[in-house]
Design a protein around this ligand. Structure first.
Ligand code: ATP
Length: 519
């Protein structure tokens, strides 16, 4: 309309600006585009305008990639619905009901005007829309099949506030409404639910779920920022949690997502944190009362067993749990230690500077400097957690952390140990001193080659734990198993354990079994 008016006015005024002879030439020239605009069909005209806008003019707010992706996702899902090709969907439910959908079946699908002729310009590769296993390996098909079965099995009838729904099996017609539903739930969560915490890219809220008729509490994690990067980070965490199976790793109960933009992952709720244990001068009765008595002579060392065990499990998968600090360790109601936050995991041989790593003081100096990430790097954070808990000092966020370690290393540890430990008497105190001298400080050497290896940490832990057991119960005489035998038994038995038994407890049980069989 504006264009037409401009052309008409130009024609009218051209008479006053140009001499008569030139005006005769000019008028037909100006009329040409005017006639052209009216001669082409409205649809084509729209595409021309749209394409022109996108190609040449800077829009004040470019459409976010997600919006475009959602449009394109819809197009793809429609397309693949008729091609019977799986895309993120339950195979059966993709097939259209031919009776109902006769017309659209025949017609096929036309892309929205804004995207017509531009397919692939922004997203030539759609592989990121397919569900993949964590490292994007080949077993896509297996994973999808497994997910679909699992989705059917998963009990996700939820409480009022949180009712997760899987998008598997949703037809594309439902995709938009599912998207709205998940988005609504996220905004409800933000406005009404209790916030448990937040990190760089996630926010976590307390909710409830019905699982097998039982009402359980859950920690619902959502993205902090509603963009594509946030979605991918959270989705990566979801995939890792699905793939990892260890009692020391927080459990993924279920998740709901539109597969593109909105995602909520429902984790088991872990009410207590490790930070509380570090900073509390007078540990509350609540923490003392945890099953296995986390803050008892044997309970405290058991935390390190559990931690060692889960890190070793991850190491066996060739994974370094990059973000090992007190904020990412939590306890269940009954005092079982678990790791949370699986957004950033590294392959053991990862090289190259990790963004932001230089300011993460809980990381080994070589990782902060951008050198290769090895298991020795993981052990640095392990040692630091031990020092913090036993010294009752929260130092992992301080740039002075290395100074602290180097200054305290040669000191008499009995003077630095927390009161709680000292109160347990000289014998126990001396065992906890050994824990610092023989494991924690050596793990925190700045040269990775000077740090002990994973197995020798286990051996030392085991012998100190046995010594503490003997002090606590001089009558108890466990059978002498060699350390590697104990480890093998634990490994073999782990598969049968549904709930996380603290590692040392397992060790004792096995010792008893072994001694029984010898008698
Ligand atoms: N399962 C859970 N149970 C209870 N609280 C939890 C749980 N998971 C997370 N939280 C709380 O939410 C906070 C943020 O969670 P999380 O560390 O996973 O977010 P993030 O954005 O991935 O963090 P980061 O910045 O370390 O990457 C945690 O510090 C913790 O307080």
């Amino acid at each position: 309309m504006l264009f037409e008016w401009t052309v008409s006015l130009a024609i009218i005024f051209s008479g006053s600006l140009f001499p008569v002879e030139e005006k005769r030439m000019l008028e037909p020239m100006l009329l040409l585009p005017f006639v052209y605009i009216h001669s082409i069909p409205e649809k084509v005209h729209q595409v021309v305008i749209d394409t022109t806008d996108l190609d040449y003019f800077q829009e004040p707010e470019l459409p976010s990639e997600d919006e475009v992706l959602i449009d394109y996702e819809k197009v793809l899902q429609e397309h693949w619905k008729y091609q019977s090709t799986p895309l993120n969907l339950n195979h059966e439910s993709q097939l259209p009901d031919q009776d109902q959908d006769e017309e659209s079946w025949k017609k096929g699908l036309s892309a929205p005007a804004r995207l017509s002729g531009m397919g692939g310009l922004w997203f030539p590769d759609f592989s990121h829309l397919l569900r993949q296993s964590p490292d994007g390996e080949q077993n896509n098909e297996d994973t999808k099949a497994e997910e679909n079965t699992e989705n059917k099995q998963e009990e996700s009838a939820a409480g009022e506030e949180t009712q997760p729904e899987e998008n598997s099996g949703q037809s594309s017609v439902d995709t938009a409404s599912l998207s709205t539903k998940v988005a609504t739930r996220i905004s409800q969560m933000r406005s009404t639910a209790k916030r448990l915490g937040s990190g760089c890219y996630g926010e976590v809220f307390l909710g409830t779920l019905n699982q097998n008729g039982e009402r359980i509490r859950t920690a619902a994690k959502i993205m902090k920022s509603q963009d594509r990067r946030g979605f991918h980070n959270l989705d990566r965490e979801r995939r890792w949690l699905k793939a990892l199976d260890h009692p020391g790793v927080v459990k993924l109960i279920t998740y709901e997502s539109d597969g593109v933009r909105n995602l909520v992952i429902y984790l088991e709720y872990l009410p207590y944190d490790y930070y509380q244990l570090i900073v509390s001068k007078e540990p509350t009765q609540e923490l003392k009362g945890l099953n296995g008595n986390v803050l008892s002579e044997q309970g405290l060392i058991n935390i390190f067993f559990c931690l060692h065990e889960v890190l070793e499990y991850l190491h066996q998968q060739n994974i370094i749990y990059f973000d090992l600090h007190s904020g990412n360790l939590r306890f269940t109601e009954s005092g079982t230690l678990k790791l949370i936050d699986f957004g950033v995991l590294l392959r053991c041989d990862n090289k190259g500077v990790l963004p932001g790593a230089e300011n993460c003081y809980h990381l080994a100096p070589e990782i902060r400097a951008g050198k290769e990430v090895t298991i020795k790097g993981q052990l640095f954070s392990f040692g630091l957690l031990m020092i913090q808990l036993l010294h009752n000092k929260h130092i992992e966020k301080s740039p002075e952390v290395q100074k602290y370690i180097d200054a305290r290393r040669p000191m008499d540890q009995s003077e630095l140990l927390r009161k709680l430990v000292i109160c347990w008497g000289a014998e126990i105190t001396s065992e906890y001193e050994s824990l610092l001298d023989e494991i924690a400080f050596p793990c925190c050497e700045s040269d990775p080659d000077d740090r002990p290896d994973f197995d020798s940490v286990f051996t030392t832990l085991n012998s100190i734990a046995k010594a503490i057991d003997r002090i606590m119960d001089p009558e108890y005489e466990p059978a002498e198993l060699k350390d590697h035998e104990v480890k093998t038994i634990i490994e073999g038995h782990k598969k049968d354990v549904n709930d996380f038994q603290p590692a040392k407890k397992q060790r004792l049980e096995h010792d008893q079994v072994a001694s029984g069989s010898q008698n």
